[in-house]
Design a binder for this molecule. Structure first.
Ligand code: P6P
Length: 340
């Protein structure tokens, strides 16, 4: 019967956004327009990612991005697709991209109320070995949209996010969107009709999981609390033992954590004192989504969404997942800080 309902009553992303909008009579439909543009961008990127191997888009394009990493043509293409899709919806005043040094201001005929930060293709080092990758975004409402765009429009807390989401280009293409009302929906792209269909409405993360996800190759550089926590989950206990699952593509590791539960960790370490992940377009959107699904997101000591960004490319440690699992590591940090 459930399958039948999708067959005979497919809830497309467009329809879901429209019904969301109807719940907010004051809404002008701006977010509807922005999400429609993002949906188009994700379809285009999905198409490009799946053709990459054939279209020999793989390989080094020679230019390098602001992160000093070798840019692959798909990075460039995905960035251009997102910028162009967002430029013409007339609802975004400016954007910050992992691939752009500074903010990219869009000339709008009227007052655009929103700004967006995105990573157009996160995990791109995995493209050549056919590991899932993804696009990640977060949208803020500008504090004062009667004024021209300023950098401060982006230097916000994660708690001020209006909508955030990611698109994972894996065995299927799935778009996960979270709103500040705490609603998380997952849509799956049906290529035969070229539309995203609501397949996992109202996603909730399991209260506790049995998977931990971290790059153990960095364990030599972890702080005391991280070592103590990972040692704890590796010690078989009667009620549950943990498995390690680490893809090395944030969208994949977070998506699995959201659906199966458990914990994802990219902590600070001696090599990367602020961790590796970027606050504006990796840590904030993923923390916002996990919290909206009933999970927690911390740097070990403080809630990640309470961080106020001071630079659009700043990094932060990132520990997120099932509330019980996150509580366990937070208690270890608190105990060790107490003892110091
Ligand atoms: P490491 C991919 O390059 C990325 O930015 C994230 O998608 C991923 O979680 C992380 O880096 C992996 O980093 O150091 O474990 O290879």
């Amino acid at each position: 019967a459930k399958f039948l309902s999708i067959e005979s009553n497919p809830i497309t992303l467009a329809r879901a956004i429209m019904s969301d909008q109807r719940r907010h009579p004051e809404a002008k439909g701006d977010l509807t327009m922005i999400l429609s543009s993002l949906m188009l961008a994700c379809k285009f990127v999905s198409n490009a990612v799946r053709k990459a191997g054939i279209a020999s888009l793989i390989g080094i394009s020679g230019s390098s991005n602001v992160q000093g990493e070798q840019q692959k043509p798909l990075d460039i293409l995905a960035n251009d697709i997102f910028i162009n899709s967002l430029k013409y919806c007339n609802k975004i005043a400016a954007l910050a991209s992992e691939e752009e040094t500074g903010i990219y201001i869009i000339d709008n005929p009227d007052e655009a109320k929103y700004v967006i930060a995105f990573d157009p293709l996160d995990g791109s080092s995995n493209i050549d070995v056919n590991v899932s990758i993804g696009s990640i975004f977060a949208i803020w409402k500008r504090p004062d949209y009667s004024k021209p765009v300023v950098l401060e429009d982006f230097l916000r807390t994660g708690a001020e996010v209006e909508v955030s989401g990611y698109c994972i280009y894996g065995s299927s293409t799935q778009l996960v969107i979270a709103t500040k009302e705490g609603k998380v929906d997952c849509f799956t792209l049906d290529n035969s009709i070229g539309d995203f269909i609501l397949t996992h409405p109202n996603l909730r993360i399991p209260k506790k999981g049995n998977i931990y996800s971290v790059n153990e190759g960095n364990s030599h550089f972890w702080d005391k609390s991280m070592k103590e926590y990972v040692n704890l989950v590796k010690t078989p206990q009667d009620d549950n033992t943990y498995s390690l699952r680490y893809v090395g593509s944030m969208v994949s590791d977070v998506h699995r954590t959201l659906l199966y539960g458990g914990i994802f960790l990219y902590p600070a370490d001696k090599k990367s004192p602020n961790g590796k992940l970027r606050v504006l377009y990796e840590v904030f959107p993923m923390s916002f989504i996990v919290e909206a699904a009933g999970g927690k997101a911390t740097d070990g000591r403080r809630r990640l969404l309470d961080i106020k960004a001071h630079d659009i490319h700043q990094r932060s440690p990132c520990i997120l997942g099932s509330p019980d699992d996150v509580d366990t590591i937070v208690a270890i940090y608190a105990k060790n800080d107490e003892e110091e």
